[in-house]
Design a protein around this ligand. Structure first.
Ligand SMILES: NC(=O)c1ccc[n+]([C@@H]2O[C@H](COP(=O)([O-])OP(=O)(O)OC[C@H]3O[C@@H](n4cnc5c(N)ncnc54)[C@H](OP(=O)(O)O)[C@@H]3O)[C@@H](O)[C@H]2O)c1
Length: 147
């Protein structure tokens, strides 16, 4: 059976964690979750985010366990010039789908420079990475608000 790999940025965010739980429920695919380096390991950060999302949406623990069973978590900051190669055991999937959900969500005037660096520069870098990974699709949830 063809193997699909979903690569999710912003895996610790509100949308990222919800997307991971949905992909675990609706597919049997492998998940590569990218999380910004934090106080603990990326896998721990992703699990914490899944627990929060599952609690918010009243989802069963088994959905978290299923998601984590299929998840490889890697540290990645979209501000970094380079990104990770696809690690084993997810090195040679038949198709790769990228869900780019990482974003700087403080849209205040003071945060403008950081917001632009993460959301514009970061998305450009992710697009380049997606090409390197041979991705078949790139789904991006944009950050915008009316003036
Ligand atoms: N939530 C909504 O209802 C909604 C609606 C429309 C559009 N959107 C858009 O969808 C996107 C995601 O929203 P969200 O609600 O999930 O936001 P969120 O909960 O604030 O999550 C943002 C995610 O991006 C990560 N991130 C921030 N800066 C990063 C960096 N430099 N490198 C790597 N990761 C970084 C955060 O990681 P950390 O955990 O390390 O901070 C977190 O995982 C945003 O563009 C938002 O504007 C959201």
């Amino acid at each position: 059976m063809p193997e699909t790999l979903h690569i999710i940025t912003g895996a610790t965010g509100l949308l990222g964690a919800s997307m991971i739980l949905e992909l675990a429920r609706d597919t049997s695919d492998r998940l590569l979750c990218l999380a910004r380096p934090g106080r603990c390991e990326p896998g721990v950060r992703v699990r914490q985010a899944l627990e929060q999302a599952a609690h918010a949406y009243d989802l069963p623990q088994v959905q978290i366990e299923e998601a984590m069973r299929r998840t490889t978590a890697l540290a990645h900051d979209v501000l970094d010039e380079d990104g990770p190669d696809l690690p084993q055991p997810v090195g040679h999937p038949d198709s790769v789908r990228v869900w780019h959900l990482a974003a700087h969500t403080n849209l205040s005037e003071r945060a403008r420079r950081r917001c632009f660096a993460a959301n514009v520069g970061g998305t450009r870098r992710l697009l380049a990475l997606a090409r390197r990974w041979g991705a078949q699709s790139f789904s991006y949830m944009s950050t915008a608000q009316p003036d």
